[in-house]
Design a protein around this ligand. Structure first.
Ligand SMILES: [Cu+2]
Length: 120
């Protein structure tokens, strides 16, 4: 009984960590004219942290490898961008972030999560 409770607590801890505490660490900076490949796989975007410069366009190529419905869309809520990601068919999203800041990109439910850091 005690073992079951410990397992349950660990699971809850893991869920909290995954949804609320986990922050992507690897950052990729966009060079001019470069298309950044982002793998959508196993619940994470790889890379999940993109650096851009305000007023300069960037192209992100999302490559969905996860067949669960969860990965079927990518949304940039603050930038008003929402795109379907067909399985195995790369989708290029071109963005021109106008102002500096940190913008999230995610799946519909927020399990997949990444950040776009826009520098002045
Ligand atoms: Cu999802």
């Amino acid at each position: 009984m005690l073992l079951v409770n410990i397992a349950g607590l660990l699971l809850i801890g893991l869920i909290i960590w995954w949804f609320w505490l986990y922050r992507p660490v690897t950052a990729v900076a966009a060079a001019p004219g470069q298309i950044i490949d982002i793998q959508v796989k196993d619940g994470i975007y790889e890379p999940a942290r993109i650096e851009a410069v305000a007023g300069k366009g960037i192209s992100l190529k999302f490559i969905r490898q996860d067949e669960s419905a969860c990965a079927g869309q990518v949304i940039f809520p603050e930038l008003g961008v929402q795109k379907e990601l067909p399985l195995g068919k790369p989708v290029v999203i071109r963005l021109v972030p106008e102002s500096p800041g940190t913008f999230t990109f995610q799946c519909q439910m927020g399990m997949y999560r990444g950040e776009l850091h826009v520098k002045p």
